[in-house]
Design a protein around this ligand. Sequence first.
Ligand code: FBP
Length: 264
Amino acid sequence: MKHAKLNEIFKEGKTMIIAYDQGFEHGPTSDFNEKNVDPNYIMDIALEGRYNCVAVQSGIAEKYYFTHYREVPLLVKLNAKTRFDSKEPVSLQHTSVKYAVELGAKAVGYTIYLGSDYEQKMFKEFGKIVEDAHTAGIPVICWMYPRGNHIKDETSVETIAYGVRVAMELGADVIKTKFVDDMQGLKWIRKCAGRSKLVLAGGSKQGDLDFLKMVEKVIHAGFDGIAVGRNVWQSEHPLEITKGLKEIIFKGKSAEEAFSKMKK
Ligand code: FBP
């Protein structure tokens, strides 16, 4: 087995990933407008904002990830589900590690719904993806979203910690998890992830300062960065919010300090 090269998508141990698979997961509905429905718009933010990685589905990688955009490391998501899939959550693999690597991927991603009736199916696919990706020398990012019949509270510390632990034990190099507003809880979640890297999922759009405060908290708790979408590309000034995020993630600044650096 080769070791996964994390340094392609991490700088000084930290990362800022821009995620753009919401068109598939949520549909091009209220999340989108005339500007951000165009994948080129997100590729431009990723490039100009010097993101450490852009995370998309394979179709977007095929049709939009070329020429100068290749300066931004690519992550290809290998599974997906739509919002019509409203019963028990399950998201199965639709493309391979091999094809992701052909598209130029420096990492692959996969969502697991821990606590779904179908969790075993997703564990099985994820296990094979870890084998294939590590053989190819690239890291695997697990979107770990506890959800489904067996989950009472998706956002409790206990549930989130269980999720990141499962992802770590399944071999995830990086785990993407949702936020909980509890510093002790965040630190416990960080511990449960062990040597896997841990990054924050952003959630729906909120005010810039509130978003920066959320990021400050996870960085303070020891998270290794963020993998967010709507709070950046729905912003009226995506490159300014990007600047604020960098101040917190790479320079250890507070949310207020970062906010004051943004031109508004
Ligand atoms: P956001 O920062 O926009 O929330 O994106 C993070 C993300 O994980 C996306 O990659 C994904 O499409 C979406 O959230 C799925 O979230 P959910 O299933 O909770 O709607």
